[in-house]
Ligand binder design. Sequence first.
Ligand SMILES: [Zn+2]
Length: 262
Amino acid sequence: METVNKGPEPQAWANHRQTPGADYEATSELKFSLLTQQGFTCAYCGRRIPCIDRQFHDNKEPRADRMRIEHVIPRETLKTAEKRMIYENLVACCPGAIGYIPSKKGFASHHCDLRKGSSEIHFDIFDNNLPAYFKYVTNSKSQNAGAVIHVNSHDLQVEIGNTDRNSLESDSNVLNLNHPILRINRMAIIKAIEQKAIAESKRHSLNATWWKRLLFHFESMSENVKYINPETGNEERFPAYPAYRAIACFYIRKKLRACGAS
Ligand SMILES: [Zn+2]
């Protein structure tokens, strides 16, 4: 998981907050601000957003959502409109239903904000040190390949999600970030990096400079996405982080340490 760096509150949201009788509302200006500040990636799983997921419920049509706005401190516990509208408590999340797990409908297939609901999490996604608290299983032969692991705390590991399939239905697996499809997608990033490294090593010997350049790609908003700017009503291109950058950064930093660079 990478730190969510929140920028300043947009003026349109400040105006909304200060309107008499106002309460929390997912306005297009609010969505736009959260998305651009987060480089169009989910605060928890790091997927590209907006994106469309199909949500499976018994006797209901699949529903498509493009993004969700998450109250990190759950909205249900905030007793006043003023608190529900605090910009610093809001982040952009993916729709939270990346894949349907056969025989595991609804809740068991959900992740991120959709899964979290009114539960609390006990780590700080705004902490600059956040990446240091997580490691990833990058060995493709491991049965836990692609898993995110909390390095210090069993309780927080349960909260972010175990790889055990029995945990899919557990309320204590708050974020379900080891959903099988999230793990497959993380490993696809590792595979792409490995293939790039093999291709490069055929031409030159891989050195710290090459890895540092690749790290810069994943640490910065080096990609872009099309999105309708609510200020102009036009579709424009905006800077975006690469999807699932946390596992990529973890893997590359490990390679840099092996090169003797930090
Ligand atoms: Zn997500």
